[in-house]
Design a protein around this ligand. Sequence first.
Ligand code: HEC
Ligand code: HEC
Length: 650
Amino acid sequence: MLRRASFAIACAVAACFLGTGDGGPKSTASARPPACARRGPLRITPLDVQRVGSTVALARFGDRTVAYVADEDDRDLHTFDVDGARELVTTPLHGAPSQLLVTRDGRVVVALRDRAALEVLEPHVYPEEPLDERCAVETPDEPVALAMTPDDATLLVSSGWGHRISALAGETLAPVFERTLAREPRGVVVSDDGKQAFVTHAVGGKMSVVDLAAPHAVRSVDMGEHGDLRSPERVALVPRERTFDENGNLKKPKPITEATPRAACQGFALARTFEPSGRVLAPEVLVDTGDHEASPRGYGNAGALPTEMATVAVVDTATGEPVEASLTVQLGVQIGDKGDGRKECLLPRAAAVDAVSGTLLVACLGLDAVVAYDAAAAQPVNAEVRRWEVPGGPTGIAVDTVGRKAVVWAQFDRAVDILGLGDPLFEQSTTVRVSLSRQATPASEHDLAMGRRLFHTGIARDGRACASCHPDGRDDSLVWSTPDGTRQTPTLVGRLEGTAPYGWNGTSATLEQHLASTFSRLNASALDGRQAEALLAYVMQLPAPAAPSRAGSPDEIARGREIFHGAEAACSSCHGMDGHSPDGLKHTVVGTGEFDTPSLRFVSGTAPYFHDGKYASLEDMLAATDGAMGKTGQLSPEDRRALETYLRSL
Ligand code: HEC
Ligand code: HEC
């Protein structure tokens, strides 16, 4: 995630067409390289039986076990000898890798998050040599996760910013089909029978279930709180905040008969079990954003329970529905931990199943731990069997079932941990830790690295981190109750420079002030000066999603731009040139209350809209705000569409 100079390696394959970053529309069909297939003899076989991508993948290379590690900071691939516990070589990549996967026909497929492409590599004669580049294949914006069907015939790619799933032929990587999904898809896994793909979403609380057979229907499953929301025990835990009317008189509390279901968030990781089969396991967090009629002291007021509670959702692949028990809030769990000091996994980022011990291993950012749960339990989160401390920033995990090892990649500390999966009673200190090589780091990046750690640290009294509500520096799409009323979490990526003041009401003149207010709302102890600076430096340079180049045709975008800057709609009179130099003033546009004009950068991917999230889509917003926020009622349907398309291109 930290920015570095990119490698100036020449593309070895004539047909390689990796984008130059100019964002021009590209054609998938014409740009396809002739051959992605393996050329040399079969040298590696994957050890992963689940056929899912991660930032670390294990393979047999001759009689050795190697791990391939995707290093997003250095934009390269490390080859690591697992038996010898040492790094063998690094292979430069054309972009920042998100996940990689070893195919059964002996290639390594790497998703390049910032290049909207997959890079396909093939090992050379010895594992000590860099891998050979085979080809590159275009994907929708920001490919984040990979999975294969059980027969390796189809490769699935989920794209976060492009919010799509793409299916490619396993061998040639020719496109098979593509479907649009909800916001921010992340992990993908295919059911045992190869018929359905399951996709988690970092925000929005849903799981997408995609039919792999034509017509490739997509279904959306609610992953939020299930169970009996009317049960007296559950209702008793509903927050009761005192509310006051305009004259400052205490309002009579409404009788409460049922709880508001918690929304799901942080759907990044995904795995499937073999025994019992037919279960997909999705570590996630259940969020209570608070009573929207109350004004709590901070962000949310969850009453007797913490605002965020970890769970592992179990989805039955036969019905495609979650098992209710796994999404039922456990009563009596103590704030932020399990009562014995064990913190909950609030930022799950990777998961893998160990078929021998029947456990689900989850890598947790913030905790810097791998937690093992009983994969067969009805409510795995309450069946924790083991946990390991790992280095900072675990983003990937791979299991060698036969060798009884799990290999973890910790991006922040840039280290590999080899965890022994044998019986803990007989194996004492089986963890082996090896730091991987890195390119020389300029001093300024040490502070960014510190900022990134702080962003993912549970600084709030109840364990929340900045990344809890701003996953990947974006937004959780949730509307929180706050001291000022309900407020939708704004995205931070690309939105902070030159957009003061901050907060929907523009109450913080500077980011430092806003940070102080955030700390107070989270009931967190303050950072020292250098830490606060590092955190803000990190937030200011969060990697932006790829330029949303595919919003529409250049002509349509140009027409929309004309309307945006024209006299009638006059959007630019407040939002400024291209929506990204807001006037810094407060306006009342709809309803009551004055709000600071927001930046519209990346607005296509930040639904819902307005301070209280009252509009689900840009279409709804434009239809409802005519006259109140620029004049749009006079626009022809084509022009209205052009304006929308232009907004999506910002
Ligand atoms: C509980 C969810 C939550 C957490 C945790 C959280 N934020 Fe926010 N953030 C919000 C909400 C909601 C707003 C809008 C607040 C408002 O307007 O009053 C916001 C606003 C912001 C803004 C202002 C953006 C703008 O364009 O005006 C910044 C910057 C920010 N947060 C950074 C952070 C940082 C850094 C952290 C960690 C220290 C953090 N947030 C933790 C929910 C959260
Ligand atoms: C008078 C100043 C003003 C004008 C003119 C104006 N806006 Fe806004 N815009 C605002 C303010 C203030 C908000 C925040 C309102 C709120 O949250 O209640 C906003 C919010 C938005 C949002 C939602 C942003 C988000 O992240 O939720 C979009 C999109 C938007 N405006 C687009 C437009 C377009 C398109 C036009 C022209 C048709 C326009 N605006 C004209 C002031 C203005």
